[in-house]
Write a new protein. Structure first.
Length: 349
């Protein structure tokens, strides 16, 4: 097993879309920038210790002109690489270059299974153009006898689009995509976003009817459907897993996850379970100026990770309680690091 599971590397903060669920729409000081290829090459020697590299951050990766060069450099380290995209800027030439470069996985972001819904939420997006791009990529892969990239759909659920999840199964089947990942809005910055979330921070919610229908249809059609919880589930370590993963911003700042280092001035705003919070951006060092060992072993970073290690140990004790049939109604995890306490990920979403 390699030392790290996944590194998420932000190549650009630029994006032509104005998605209603994105934090960019709430901030005037959004920093538009690309990582230079020379700076990216400073990261490459470390990637032989990483299982997966996800080339995305707060921007659209396809807008980065050296994307295929980065893919080839990562593959040269024996590491798997991919990203999730809105499809903007994708064409047959770009598709051919990525397939030839050895891209391992590629996710396409949908916000509706119909043009009307998708385009209304992902402002400036083109639903039909996205479908055309996917079909073109599938055609190129067939022509080149390529088994990769593995394609999947990422669907961010909102009240405005959750009813179309069953239709998404048919859409995926029509495009020859066998995997769909449903996700929640995590970083909430305004009242509209807060109202649109489909999970509850406090109460147990039944599985929405649309999701039950989609699950049955996906099973019947042979589509792998990943569904998050809609009710709070305390977790020892969130799905970003800062114990084995990290995030590198376009400026080279190393943070535990993408939600802790948006390209805006610090501090920044979150709405967590209906309450407004102020959070400072978190960086434990700059990989353009320091080695990963210096950053990873820094005292402050160790303290941050130790909080999650203690939560893991508490989780093991909880399991022992359950085996021994002891009361667990008073169980609580040790506190997560302060900036994580106001993140919906810590509730298992």
């Amino acid at each position: 097993m390699k030392r790290f599971s996944a590194w998420q590397i932000e190549l650009t903060t630029r994006c032509p879309l104005k998605c209603r669920m994105c934090i960019k729409e709430e901030y005037r000081d959004w920093q538009k920038k690309d990582m230079s290829l020379d700076d990216f090459k400073r990261i490459v020697p470390y990637l032989d210790e990483v299982e997966y590299v996800v080339l995305e951050g707060w921007g659209e990766s396809l807008m980065y002109r050296n994307l295929t060069d980065c893919v080839k450099l990562i593959k040269g380290q024996g590491t798997k690489v991919g990203f999730v995209t809105s499809g903007m800027g994708f064409d047959t030439t770009y598709a051919s270059r990525l397939v030839e470069g050895g891209l391992d996985f590629m996710g396409f972001s949908f916000s509706g299974a119909t043009q009307e819904t998708h385009n209304r939420i992902r402002v400036n997006s083109d639903f039909d153009g996205l479908l055309t791009s996917i079909r073109s990529l599938k055609k190129i892969m067939k022509e080149k006898n390529a088994l990769t990239p593995h394609l999947h759909i990422v669907y961010l659920m909102l009240k405005d689009n959750i009813s179309e999840v069953p239709l998404l199964i048919d859409l995926a089947l029509d495009m020859g995509i066998k995997e769909i990942v449903l996700i929640h809005i995590i970083h909430v910055t305004n009242a509209w976003q807060d109202n649109e979330k489909v999970f509850s921070c406090k109460e147990e919610l039944p599985l929405p009817e649309a999701i039950e229908e989609a699950r049955l249809k996906a099973k019947k059609k042979g589509i792998a459907l990943t569904t998050p919880s809609f009710s709070p589930r305390g977790v020892a370590v969130c799905s970003e897993n800062p114990l084995r993963n990290l995030y590198i911003s376009v400026d080279g700042e190393v943070s535990p996850c993408v939600f802790l280092y948006p390209p805006i001035g610090s501090p920044f705003k979150r709405i967590f379970c209906g309450e407004e919070k102020v959070v400072n951006r978190i960086s434990f060092g700059n990989i353009f100026r320091e080695s990963i060992d210096e950053i990873w072993d820094r005292g402050e970073y160790r303290v941050f990770r130790d909080s999650f290690i203690e939560r893991q140990r508490a989780s093991e004790r909880l399991y022992e309680y359950l085996i021994d049939m002891k009361r667990v109604d008073t169980f609580s995890y040790p506190e997560a690091p302060e900036p994580c306490q106001s993140c919906h990920k810590i509730l298992g979403f």
